[in-house]
Design a binder for this molecule. Structure first.
Ligand SMILES: CC(C)(COP(=O)(O)OP(=O)(O)OC[C@H]1O[C@@H](n2cnc3c(N)ncnc32)[C@H](O)[C@@H]1OP(=O)(O)O)[C@@H](O)C(=O)NCCC(=O)NCCS
Length: 169
């Protein structure tokens, strides 16, 4: 199934905004950031993608999402046009599709998109060090911790955030 996965750009239409909001609600984090994400998309500093199972002709519902931040004034070491650094954010695979290689393929497709469409040379991301699953998942995709762990922006966990990087060149 996973070989049929595609990334489809989300547009600032009511349908796509609703779909992204529904995915964030299901994931449990960052529903409140959806308007900002679409604003950044329109400004050209972010790309928002649906993960779609192209083999399933009976449904065009996304099975997940992923985002690429192209530039961050607040955190230029994580995403910056000038250093060709992008940041993977908001990866979510719906629970019924987990464990089948979808997340891994979505990461690979995003990496290819980042290189081909934006000349990006390295990708960063943040995940909670309290999650053995995501820490293991990103390490398995070739990402490594490149700076000291930082407190999370919200108090939902006591665990520090881990900052990962992968060189794409
Ligand atoms: C994390 C998440 C994206 C993974 O997606 P997924 O489709 O279930 O992952 P995959 O099936 O593609 O797994 C890919 C790889 O991760 C590896 N992996 C999974 N859990 C692991 C663990 N605990 N330790 C080491 N490797 C692990 C698998 O072995 C597999 O590697 P391999 O095929 O090379 O052996 C998904 O579980 C999810 O959306 N979780 C909820 C939201 C979330 O946590 N997002 C990340 C926020 S930073």
């Amino acid at each position: 199934m996973s070989s049929e996965i595609r990334l489809v750009l989300a547009a600032p239409t009511q349908r796509d905004i609703t779909l992204i909001t529904t995915l964030r609600r299901e994931c449990g984090w960052f529903e409140d950031l959806v308007p900002t994400w679409f604003q950044q998309s329109q400004e050209g500093t972010r790309r928002l993608f649906f993960i779609v199972d192209a083999a399933n002709v009976t449904s065009d519902e996304p099975i997940g999402m992923i985002s690429l931040l192209l530039d961050s004034a607040k955190e230029p070491d994580m995403a910056s046009f000038s250093t060709k650094t992008g940041m993977v954010q908001a990866l979510f695979v719906r629970p019924e599709f987990e464990g089948r290689g979808v997340g891994k393929l979505a990461m690979r497709l995003l990496e290819e998109y980042a290189i081909q469409s934006h000349g990006i040379e390295r990708l960063t991301l943040v995940t909670t060090s309290g999650s053995a699953k995501t820490m293991g998942f990103y390490a398995r995709q070739g990402y490594y911790e490149f700076k000291a762990r930082v407190p999370p922006p919200t108090d939902w966990t006591d665990a520090l955030d881990a900052c990962f990087m992968k060189n794409l060149k």
